[in-house]
Design a binder for this molecule. Sequence first.
Ligand code: NAP
Length: 163
Amino acid sequence: MKTISIIVAIAQNNAIGKDNQLLWHIPEDLRRFKALTTGHTIVMGKRTFESLPVRPLPNRRSIVITDIPGEIIAGCEMAYSIDEAIDKMEEGKENFIIGGGMVYSQFMPLAHRLYLTIVHKDFEADTFYSEIDYSLWKEIERQDVEASGSLGFNYSYITYERL
Ligand SMILES: NC(=O)c1ccc[n+]([C@@H]2O[C@H](COP(=O)([O-])OP(=O)(O)OC[C@H]3O[C@@H](n4cnc5c(N)ncnc54)[C@H](OP(=O)(O)O)[C@@H]3O)[C@@H](O)[C@H]2O)c1
């Protein structure tokens, strides 16, 4: 089976990005992202690929989705549709959808697992996560984190599996 896992950090008002950047810098969340995704296939839209500080992210197999026929990015595998991205996923392993808004919404009906970081604050944004129907998901893990340092907001890690 090709397990499809979405990993995303979402504000209270569903905001996830602005000006092709993240809305916050949470070092602990980035470490968790790295720990979960290292050694796995990660799938992303072209805009998210372009937003990464290091491209491609090391020690992961990257699949980048684009509509531009024939476009090739060094160090990445390309998919020209959602179906093609699924074809290229790894059998018997977790494949992580790492964004952004456009790609998350297309994978949401197909995902088996969600790794959410819920940021307990509203943010101004131009990219939002679609409304989640929690009746379809079972919470399997949760950790609430208190704000520390200059962060100024609390957040929670919540993992869901499709019912
Ligand atoms: N908070 C978080 O956890 C998180 C995580 C990741 C990203 N983000 C944020 O999300 C924002 C980017 O999201 P976005 O929605 O603008 O862009 P995106 O989903 O990253 O990428 C969109 C692009 O992907 C390609 N694409 C998407 N669906 C396709 C399909 N079915 N077939 C072919 N190509 C397809 C197209 O590329 P072409 O234009 O090349 O055709 C499209 O323009 C940024 O602000 C980023 O920082 C947040």
